[in-house]
Design a protein around this ligand. Structure first.
Ligand code: PNS
Length: 161
């Protein structure tokens, strides 16, 4: 069975993430979405909220497992007995960061490989940070995130002073 871990902050999940997951089904049997709990990052949504969006979206899809992880990603993969990391790659601007992470992870554990998938062009410019910025500035985020996330984001930004 081919299985990969798709790690990320998912703060929040966007249509771009979902497109990468959808595309991965053409060559993966199962995917573990691993939501980062890294305490030094300033997340807008709690890990429970970030996992909750994903669990709701994939509740009827038994090829998707939603989990969280802390510490080193390679340790999580070892614990799960998985050796493929899945990452989305958008514009060239992603490349350096992704390249560095992939090579570092391989250095930390040589049995691990990172596989990159390009989302559709319509998702190339979407990022969780931009979506949050648009929401904070009262812009329309309907095209970028699923409805559940849109509602939660609007609620969240109206609460933040
Ligand atoms: O969605 P993001 O924020 O780009 O995801 C980044 C993430 C969570 C995949 C990355 O920061 C990570 O793997 N963090 C875990 C800590 C770790 O293993 N660091 C060394 C990897 S180079």
């Amino acid at each position: 069975m081919s299985i990969a871990v798709y790690p990320g902050s998912f703060d929040p999940v966007t249509n771009g993430h979902m497109d990468v997951i959808e595309k991965s089904f053409s060559f993966l049997d199962k995917i573990i979405i691993a939501v980062s709990t890294y305490p030094r990052k300033n997340f807008l949504f709690s890990v429970e909220e970030r996992m909750g969006f994903l669990q709701e979206i994939y509740k009827d899809n038994d090829r998707v497992i939603v989990d969280k992880f802390d510490g080193l990603l390679v340790n999580y993969l070892e614990y799960k007995e998985v050796n493929i990391i899945l990452r989305g790659l958008r514009a060239v601007s992603d490349f350096e960061y992704e390249f560095q992470m992939a090579l570092t992870n391989r250095r930390l554990d040589k049995t691990i490989e990172t596989v990159f998938l390009m989302p559709g062009e319509e998702f190339f410019f979407i990022s969780s940070s931009l979506v949050k910025e648009i929401a904070f500035l009262n812009g329309d985020i309907s095209k970028f995130v699923p409805n559940s996330v849109k509602k939660a984001l609007i609620q969240k930004v109206t609460k933040v002073p």
